[in-house]
Design a protein around this ligand. Structure first.
Ligand SMILES: Nc1ncnc2c1ncn2[C@@H]1O[C@H](COP(=O)(O)OP(=O)(O)OP(=O)(O)O)[C@@H](O)[C@H]1O
Length: 557
């Protein structure tokens, strides 16, 4: 178990556990102390009963009577200290690990996240990180307590009746090593590498409820969820049977060892026999919990490995070692022969795109679906790295700036724009946390939302703006982007999916709100094209890209 613990610490929980190693050591010492006090309590009580049966004077029993009370108090106090210190250390470790996972996810979003499903990431953040808590409270502390209690039991027996040591030793090896090894082995065999099937099917059921209902596909979806549940229930039933069997074997070993140690201590006679019997019983008690600890250890190790995979995931875009300070004031954007490829085995999403965007001008990007419009905006915000070519801001390559600085400079409403399930004001203040209510109302006026909300700034928007119409949603997103006040405003198909009259009105308000500001607008709308200073047609570039792909295929074959 110790060897495996080193592996886990090295992989992921290492620095997290190191930060709480002292509280963990204190908790383990308190757990062992509580076991020792329990052992001493029973041993002294046994001696007291046996000695009292011989009817000595009260003075001969008074020390033992006080010792019994002291041990009882000490055991309770130490148990409390162990729970308090152990849980505090575990919760601190958990909080640190969750912070690290979140910090690791930030540079992955959004480009690096599609490798995981949403339910899997939620599982990593919420459930898998809890493994570090289990590791402390349910593995390390019980294992240390069991080792100390067993060791003390052996010392007591060696002092009172050396002949009784072998039965206790054998039983300790059985309950403390062999049974946990069996439990761990069985758990390793039965536990799947990724225990998120239930979470994934449950998320699909919730997210896709409307679609399943629309296509009468509920039985299919429910069958997938039921299969995941049945699989898990089957595994848990098998494990419960094995756990019950191992617990029974442990209790049998404890009983046999106690009986054997008592029989072997019989020649010593007197209170020592009772002390030996009770000491053997108590010394084995903590190690009976170790098979369960071993199963939890296997689970914790697997969970921490999964968390480690998130922590170690390479960011899709490398950060510069010494980022340049971002230029102040308006910036000139230059894109030269830009190539972007989302995966090595896929055709390039952008092939040789070049354009210059002067400060204060409006560039409209157009082109058929799949021609790379969103990819261009993602590259400008450093969410994906170019395969070739360059993007320059005031002459300096964009990858010389920190990603967060670039996104403050070049921001807006992308494909992934999201509205949080909170008030209108809270959603808007994501753009500018210091904005006053008057500034919020002013920006709402600019995007044509002046008097629209009955609840005013406190109106609740629902999850991803579910309480809004499509046009209102786009206007709130635009208002938030304007509040953030980036040097270059990006807008990805803001009128998409709206009825023609709403789209016209939104586009009019949008063009007015962005007049004189450097704007890159993805749109097919003739009105947007008419008001553009420049138009970048990626359809033409896509035709070139197809020619390149065909040439590549031809060259390969
Ligand atoms: N994360 C990704 N992983 C792999 N391929 C991707 C990814 N994102 C986009 N692509 C591919 O890159 C190409 C360009 O996609 P992109 O979304 O940029 O096009 P678009 O012009 O914005 O399309 P639409 O108008 O439909 O939104 C497409 O072939 C798409 O399948």
């Amino acid at each position: 178990m110790m060897k495996e613990s080193v592996v886990v610490q090295g992989k992921c929980g290492g620095s997290v556990l190191r930060a709480v190693c002292w509280p963990v050591a204190l908790a383990a010492a308190a757990a062992a102390g509580a076991e020792l006090a329990g052992t001493a309590l029973l041993a002294t009580a046994a001696w007291l009963l046996a000695r009292a049966a011989q009817q000595p004077g009260l003075a001969a029993l008074s020390v033992a009577i006080v010792a019994v009370r002291a041990c009882a108090l000490l055991r309770g106090t130490l148990r409390y200290a162990e729970r308090l210190t152990g849980h505090r250390a575990a919760l601190q470790a958990l909080a640190r690990l969750r912070e690290r996972v979140y910090a690791a996810l930030v540079p992955l979003a959004p480009g690096g996240l599609p490798g995981w499903r949403r339910a899997q990431l939620l599982h990593r953040m919420v459930t898998d990180t809890e493994a570090v808590q289990d590791l402390v409270v349910r593995c390390l502390v019980p294992a240390a307590g069991a080792a100390l209690a067993g060791g003390l039991g052996l010392v007591v027996l060696a002092a009172l009746s050396p002949a009784s040591v072998p039965p206790l030793l054998v039983a300790l090896l059985g309950t403390g090593l062999v049974l946990p090894a069996c439990a761990g082995r069985q758990r390793r065999r039965s536990a799947p590498a990724d225990d998120t099937a239930v979470a994934v099917t449950a998320t699909d059921l919730l997210d896709g409820a409307a679609e399943f209902a629309a296509y009468s596909a509920e039985p299919v979806a429910l069958a997938a969820a039921t299969a995941a549940h049945t699989d898990r229930a089957d595994r848990e039933r098998t494990e419960a049977r094995v756990a019950g069997l191992l617990a029974a074997v442990g209790i049998a070993l404890q009983g046999l060892a106690t009986a054997a140690a008592t029989v072997l201590a019989a020649p010593a006679g007197g209170p020592a026999v009772a002390v030996v019997a009770l000491t053997t019983l108590v010394a084995l008690e903590p190690s009976l919990a170790l098979p369960v600890a071993a199963r939890r250890f296997v689970d914790a190790r697997a969970a921490l490995r999964r968390v480690h995979a998130v922590l170690a995931a390479p960011a899709p875009v490398a950060e510069p070692a010494a980022p340049l300070p971002v230029p102040a004031g308006s910036v000139e954007l230059t894109i030269r022969d830009l190539w972007v490829r989302h995966a090595d085995d896929r055709a390039p999403a952008l092939a040789g795109v070049s354009v210059d965007v002067r400060p204060g001008s409006r560039l409209v990007v157009t082109g058929p679906s799949g021609s790379g419009k969103s990819t261009l905006l993602a590259a400008l915000r450093r969410f994906v790295a170019p395969a070739a070519g360059e993007i320059r801001l005031d002459g300096a390559p964009i990858d010389a700036y920190a990603g967060a600085d670039v996104r403050r400079l070049i921001g807006g409403v992308g494909e992934e724009a999201y509205l949080f399930d909170t008030t209108l004001a809270a959603n808007l203040r994501l753009g500018d946390p210091a904005a006053t209510d008057d500034q919020l109302r002013a920006v709402l006026h600019r995007v044509g939302l002046g008097e629209r909300f009955t609840g005013g700034l406190d109106a609740e928007l629902g999850q991803d703006g579910s309480a809004l119409s499509g046009g209102e949603r786009q206007r709130v997103l635009l208002a938030r982007a304007l509040l953030a006040d980036p040097q270059i405003l990006l807008l990805d198909e803001p009128t998409e999916g709206l009825p023609a009259t709403d789209a016209d009105r939104l586009l009019r308000d949008l063009l007015a709100a962005t007049a004189g500001r450097t704007t890159i607008l993805v749109s097919h709308d003739p009105a947007a094209l008419a008001h553009a200073d420049q138009v970048l047609d990626l359809g033409a570039a896509a035709a070139g890209r197809d020619r390149v792909s065909r040439w590549c295929r031809g060259a390969a074959s």
